[in-house]
Design a protein around this ligand. Structure first.
Ligand code: B12
Ligand code: SF4
Length: 555
């Protein structure tokens, strides 16, 4: 049988204010891991590995329309089609699955990955074209399912499975119950072939191939906005394979390796892992880049940073989400007291003058308002924080916040909205609303999202916070040492300037929500619709020009 995976990458950064008019629509060359993990596990444990012809996984680097992918699947006579579902690709992938099934009713379609409970509850009615849904960790169910296509077994013995007729119970996958396996090392030949293809077909030729890497799976915490582990468990599980050999092998290739463990540094072995990876210097184009650090073991985080600094890293990511204790308590975020954390950040900066920080913040968290956001940004302004990466709070299915009583307790409101994933769409916004309402749109260009926010603030205030965040980053970009007292004055000016704009935008959002049940994050400009981000940056640059008397983009 012919088998193929589809795991489309996120097309656009959804950080607020991160994109200018000319951002590249295919910014990165991401390799997601699910295909390598599942295939290597099947190779080790499955009975019929050689009976399957494995086609390369499609990561969606060049996908511009759904039909192109459908045609490739049909042309290759795929018998078993597997989709890795994530928030950013579900709609597109479901569309592909539907069209493929219409043309080839005999194809077996399996979806796995980050499938929330709404999808599971509605699966049989809404997605009759899907044969098997595997939720949670996929290894065991995937192996049993592939075996079952060659040898009859009772499907009801397969864990984590939903079909049109039944659902089986969830079973936590433990690495130690199986022989060790190495996703890349066990598929060396496949990797070498794939690598040649990736390099010849980059989505963005100016950037390297980014490969995610997972050794420690899961997270022991339960921040209410997060659905790590599919929202099914808070267990941590360490892969048993030979990571040293694997990293050594990978270091021969021009790959940027990004560990996707939730809390890098939670184990002492993580430092060993990093030191070893950094010691592999033969190929200078092999790099390792860590972003998710352990939350509570800060001493270990700074030891890791020290290693990374020696290796050349200059920008360090702080996943803070909020500086305020009450907000952190509201979201169950494990964190050390801010004053202590701040001191450690300042000390590290004093030791290494050439470094800077970027801080991750989620907008809309319970307890966040204009006053404490400004307080936080002013505090950051004196701390060499290069940028504040702001994300609007997406409601993740199965996350602790996806629960009515939690939402009521914190006055949270959910609203549906659409993100525009391209630099512009050649239609004005009113026409686009009608198209989306009648399901007549390109799912690659416009994605459907659910956001959630603390509704003790109004939409007007919600928007003001977004503008302040974007403004803050524009200033920091230009004047890294602007300082809090100048910034304070500038924020006052900004709030006055944007008053009318946010008022009219928030009225429009309220109206559109009533009329259509969703908001499009976009603005009409010369009969075209541009993403909210781009518009927001334009407005902020106007504010800058008014305040400083010169255009922002001058030098
Ligand atoms: C890499 C990654 C990214 C990359 C995206 C890369 C890309 N290709 O575009 C980046 C950093 C850009 C990113 C961004 C975001 N991400 Co992200 N990301 C991840 C991460 C860290 C790793 C995924 C991975 O490779 N895991 C390792 C593999 C082995 O595990 P896995 O993917 O879960 O696969 C297993 C099972 O799911 C299952 N499975 C998977 N596919 C299949 C297929 C079949 C057929 C079967 C049977 C089984 C199966 O079996 C596998 C083995 O057990 C996960 C967290 C995590 N550690 O999983 C979050 C995660 C997927 N991201 C998440 C979120 C929320 C985001 C953001 C929205 C965050 C934000 N606010 O900006 C953005 C979205 C970007 C956008 N434009 O929309 C959520 C997703 C929830 C969801 N419902 O999809 C996760 C789970 C993290 C979390 N906080 O809960 N992300
Ligand atoms: S946000 Fe990070 S620390 Fe919190 S539950 Fe998710 S993975 Fe764990």
């Amino acid at each position: 049988m012919n088998i193929m995976f589809i795991a489309l990458q996120a097309k656009k950064n959804i950080r607020i204010g991160s994109d200018d008019e000319n951002w590249n629509e295919s910014p990165v060359n991401f390799i997601l891991l699910s295909y390598y993990h599942l295939r290597s596990f099947y190779k080790k444990i499955g009975k019929y590995y050689d009976k399957y012809k494995w086609f390369p996984c499609d990561y969606g680097w060049h996908i511009k329309n759904v039909q192109g992918t459908v045609d490739t699947i049909l042309k290759n006579k795929i018998d078993v089609l597997c989709f890795s579902m994530y928030l950013w690709n579900s709609e597109t992938q479901l569309e592909i699955a539907k069209l493929v099934k219409e043309k080839n009713p005999n194809i077996k379609i399996i979806i796995g990955g980050h499938i929330g409970k709404v999808t599971l509850d509605n699966a049989n009615n809404r997605y009759p074209f899907i044969d098997y849904i595997i939720y949670g960790e996929g290894e065991k169910a995937f192996q049993m399912l592939l075996d079952s296509f060659y040898e009859k077994i009772d499907e009801k013995t397969i864990p984590n499975l939903l079909t049109k007729n039944f659902k089986t119970n969830y079973e936590f996958f433990k690495f130690e119950d199986y022989p060790p396996f190495n996703p890349i090392l066990d598929l060396k030949d496949t990797f070498i072939e794939d690598y040649a293809y990736w390099n010849a077909n980059k989505a963005n030729p100016e950037k390297g191939v980014v490969m995610f890497y997972n050794r420690v799976r899961g997270c022991p915490y339960k921040c209410t906005f997060c659905a790590w582990g599919g929202g099914l468990h808070n267990k941590v599980n360490v892969r048993q394979g030979d990571w040293k050999e694997e990293i050594k092998f990978l270091s021969n290739y021009d790959i940027i390796l990004i560990p996707v463990d939730a809390n890098f540094g939670i184990y002492e072995e993580d430092i060993e892992f990093l030191k070893y990876a950094l010691s592999l210097t033969k190929n200078s184009k092999f790099r390792i880049f860590i972003q998710n650090y352990t939350k509570l073991q800060k001493e270990r985080v700074f030891r890791i940073w020290e290693e990374e600094y020696q290796y050349g890293k200059k920008i360090f990511r702080v996943s803070l989400q909020s500086m305020h204790e009450q907000v952190l308590a509201n979201i169950d975020r494990p964190e050390i007291p801010w004053e202590k954390h701040k001191k450690m950040l300042i000390d590290f900066k004093e030791k290494h003058n050439d470094i800077c920080y970027e801080v991750e913040i989620i907008h809309g968290l319970p307890g966040m308002n204009i006053v404490n956001t400004m307080k936080m940004l002013l505090e950051f302004a004196d701390m060499h924080i290069k940028s504040v990466l702001t994300f609007t709070w997406r409601l993740l299915e199965n996350s602790p916040a996806d629960n009515k009583s939690y939402q009521e307790k914190h006055n949270l409101k959910v609203y549906e909205h659409r993100e525009i994933m391209v630099t512009k769409i050649n239609k004005n916004l009113d026409d686009l609303y009608n198209d989306v309402a009648s399901d007549n749109y390109n799912v690659i260009e416009i994605t459907k999202e659910n956001s959630i926010y603390d509704s003790t603030i109004t939409f007007n205030e919600y928007l003001k916070i977004l503008y302040l965040m974007v403004m803050n980053n524009l200033i920091l970009d230009k004047y890294p040492n602007f300082g809090s007292s100048k910034l304070d004055k500038f924020f006052d000016f900004t709030l006055k300037y944007i008053e009318k704009i946010t008022k009219s935008q928030s009225n429009d959002w309220e109206e559109k929500l009533k009329q259509y049940g969703f908001i499009i994050f976009g603005f009409s400009h010369n009969n075209k619709t541009i993403p909210f981000d781009i518009y927001c940056r334009k407005i902020c640059k106007n504010v800058y020009q008014q305040y400083f008397g010169e255009p922002y983009d001058n030098n």
